[in-house]
Design a protein around this ligand. Structure first.
Ligand code: ADP
Length: 261
């Protein structure tokens, strides 16, 4: 618990600082980018100067992308938790996911038709799914298979879900499974830390998974991981299922998916 508190405080402080820095940087970058763009068309420029300008512009655009991500991470969004069906949220962004993963990655959906509802913010849930999908894509540069599977499990007192205390009861799950590079033990140990990234400069911010973790924890759930180097990775999010009036009509779900801890 203490570790979590420390993590939460760290996140908040970092978030506030990063937000301020990103905001100022964004303004400065606008000046750099617009001048680079303008000066590229300046008559009489040597080709060396032109190439230099193009590099300034490209680097500027990359930096702008990074500050945008930072701002999105720290912006205080209005969170509106409502009963929603995870299948619907996933189905809603299928086209977006396909565009993001490209043609070399096969998308497979296994949506449990009897899935119960969760109480969450639709925008946040989509952000969680997209962050996991983007990571899966980055883990499969030569293509592969991306599987999204929804289901339900019942968490009991004895289930050690990381160090996160989960209230025992029914949970809705979403597993995001890739056939990518997998992760080393070293990487696994730092995964949820803000700004931890193994991606090259300009590609990753290291904020994707800490955002995922923050949102899922705020919604009373947790995130599970199984990963094997060279084989692939599965991220599973667990979110409390809400009790419905028609509860008595639904068969109880008690099984845990194989391979989960
Ligand atoms: P970013 O994607 O910007 O690097 P994240 O917090 O989303 O930041 O991820 C942190 C790191 O975790 C990544 O840099 C990568 O090393 C590792 N990672 C995340 N998802 C996967 C995955 N599906 N397969 C392999 N490694 C992953």
């Amino acid at each position: 618990l203490e570790r979590q508190l420390r993590q939460a405080q760290k996140m908040e402080a970092l978030g506030r600082m990063a937000g301020g820095v990103a905001h100022d940087f964004n303004n400065l970058l606008t000046i750099i980018n617009s001048w680079a763009e303008l000066l590229m068309d300046e008559p009489g420029l040597t080709s060396r100067a032109q190439r230099g300008m193009a590099q300034i512009r490209d680097a500027g655009n990359k930096a702008t992308g990074l500050t945008r991500q930072l701002l999105a991470f720290t912006r205080h969004q209005i969170v509106e938790r409502q009963p929603l069906n995870l299948n619907d949220r996933v189905s809603d962004i299928v086209e977006l996911m396909k565009r993001v993963i490209g043609e070399d990655i096969q998308l497979v959906l296994k949506l449990d038709p009897t899935l119960g509802r969760i109480k969450a913010d639709a925008g946040q849930i989509e952000q969680v799914v997209m962050n996991l999908v983007v990571n899966a894509r980055d883990a499969m540069p030569h293509g592969g298979r991306l599987e999204l599977e929804t289901g339900e499990v019942t968490v009991t007192h004895s289930d050690p879900f990381w160090s996160d205390p989960l209230i025992p009861g029914p949970y809705v799950t979403l597993a995001v499974r890739d056939t990518g590079c997998g992760m080393s033990v070293e990487t696994l140990g730092h995964l949820f830390e803000p700004f931890f990234t193994t991606k090259e400069l300009g590609k990753g911010t290291g904020l994707g998974l800490s955002t995922v973790y923050g949102i899922v924890r705020q919604s009373g759930g947790t995130v599970g991981i199984t990963s094997e180097l060279g084989k692939g990775t599965t991220f599973t999010i667990y979110l409390p299922r809400i009790a419905e009036d028609s509860e008595a009509l639904r068969p109880p779900a008690t099984t845990k998916p194989a391979g989960e801890r």
